[in-house]
Design a protein around this ligand. Structure first.
Ligand code: 5AD
Ligand code: SF4
Length: 441
């Protein structure tokens, strides 16, 4: 049987990037990528557990895979990522889906090659979940998102927001050395990548775990080092930024770096100081608003985007209204909005004052509607403007090329030439919902 792999990714950019590392490892072993699971000899699920529906999706898809695997026993099925790393989850997964051949945790990504080779000579399910907080870089990677590229700068999270499972499945913060990050960014830019996104659960705490150590610094030092050492026509982004760790020095570094997009993802979570305290976010509503002011002082044009949640235990109408007020006041360019989902093992899940699902539903619907209006209002301001897009893809449905501006706004334009990977200037002729349309100039 030809060695072909199919990877299904759930969840965030971190997982998408890990899939690129797995792909690199597999191609080195002689596997080829396929988009169709039916033609694969290896099917991998990279899972997410941030909210219950992410887990349910994986369970559903694995259930649906069972008859296929029973009829095609030579196909290897592997499950990795955050879901498997939760305490007891691997055993539960093995019990429910005994046909899964390999279960590996977030700390075992780089062990996958060895696990796969072992599996080829064994019948039993291999389960490898370690708690060790070390990351070895799996090189080469098979990047899948040209002209964009992700670069990890810090793994793990130390914050323990009371609703969040991430610190339990991704371990403590481990920063990479400044030179390692700079060299990776440099080689990506040399290879023609045009947009580099620095990734971390909280990029703003970059370097905290290695304070005073040779070869490290804080996030502002890292941005400055990239600015000094990587010249060229590319965009630099980062995510996510915890508001409590966003310093003036960092905002200055971003504003002074000509490659840095004026676009910051700054998760608010709630606009109520009481709820923020219970979330262990370590900032108040006023602190958050002051950080927004700070960003706008140095970059008045900066697009600020956010993550926000409704239905956290004990959230009253008043708490919710405060979140709505902050959203309006800050005028977020866009927002990811979630209904709180209790995660086993987290403090918030143990609270007795969980919010009724119907109330959360009403709250999220109103929030989404208001934010959609806000985002559309933002789009309207684009009419007639000249905008530079980085062309990312061709949209088959629209038969138009698609790109994003430095603020993350999606734009469409027509041309007969392949523009993917190029900066294209358009004049905006119309806006529809969150998207802009224009003509190349
Ligand atoms: N329920 C709902 N949303 C959550 N997030 C994290 N944990 C939960 C949870 N238990 C959201 C936060 C975070 C984003 C990545 O996911 O808003 O910023
Ligand atoms: Fe989760 Fe909070 Fe860490 Fe973000 S900062 S990953 S929300 S614990």
């Amino acid at each position: 049987m030809e060695k072909k792999y199919f990877i299904q990714v759930y969840g965030c950019q971190m997982n998408l990037h890990e899939a690129e590392k797995l792909a690199g490892m597999l191609e080195k072993m002689g596997y080829q990528k396929t988009q169709e699971p039916e033609s694969a000899s290896l099917i991998i699920y990279v899972t997410c557990c941030i909210r219950e529906n992410a887990e349910q999706k994986v369970y559903g898809h694995l259930g649906a895979l069972k008859p296929y695997k029973m009829a095609n026993r030579e196909v290897i099925v592997a499950v990795g990522g955050c879901m498997t790393q939760q305490s007891g989850a691997a055993e539960k997964l093995h019990k429910t889906f005994p046909f899964v051949d390999i279960i590996f945790g977030t700390h075992n990504l780089c062990d996958f090659e060895r696990l796969l080779k072992e599996k080829e000579n064994r019948k039993k399910t291999l389960i490898e979940i370690t708690e060790v907080n070390s990351e070895r870089e799996c090189i080469p990677m098979k990047r899948d998102s040209y002209p964009n590229a992700w670069v990890n700068i810090i793994y793990g999270c130390n914050n323990f927001c009371t609703y969040c499972i991430v610190p339990y499945v991704r371990g403590r913060e481990r920063s990479r050395k400044i030179d390692d990050v700079v060299n990776e960014v440099k080689s990506l830019v040399n290879d023609g990548y045009k947009e580099i996104t620095l990734l971390g659960q909280n990029v703003n705490s970059y370097g905290n775990d290695a304070k005073g150590q040779e070869g490290y610094g804080d996030f502002a030092d890292l941005i400055n080092a990239i600015g000094e050492n990587v010249k060229g026509d590319y965009r630099l982004r980062f995510m996510s930024s915890h508001p409590k760790d966003l310093t003036e020095r960092l905002v200055q570094a971003v504003a002074n770096n000509k490659n840095c997009c004026h676009s910051i993802h700054l998760p608010l979570q709630s606009g109520s100081t009481k709820v923020l305290k219970e979330m262990n976010r370590k900032y108040s509503r006023e602190d958050y608003e002051a950080k927004v002011e700070l960003i706008r002082k140095y970059m008045p044009d900066c697009a600020i985007t956010t993550d926000v949640m409704v239905g956290f235990p004990g959230e009253t109408d008043e708490d919710y209204n405060q979140t709505m007020e902050v959203m309006e006041k800050v005028n977020f360019a866009s927002a990811f909005m979630f209904v709180y989902s209790p995660r086993e093992g987290t403090p918030a899940a143990r609270r007795v004052d969980q919010i009724d699902g119907e109330i959360s539903k009403q709250r999220i619907m109103k929030m989404v509607a208001e934010q959609n209006d806000r985002t559309a209002r933002h789009s309207k301001t684009y009419e007639g403007k000249i905008v530079t897009l980085l062309c990312e893809d061709f949209d088959d449905k629209k038969q138009m090329y698609m790109g994003r501006d430095e603020y993350g706004r999606m734009g469409y334009f027509e041309t007969t030439e392949n523009k993917i990977g190029q900066f294209v200037t358009i004049k905006v002729t119309k806006t529809v919902g969150i998207s802009i349309y224009g003509e190349m100039i």
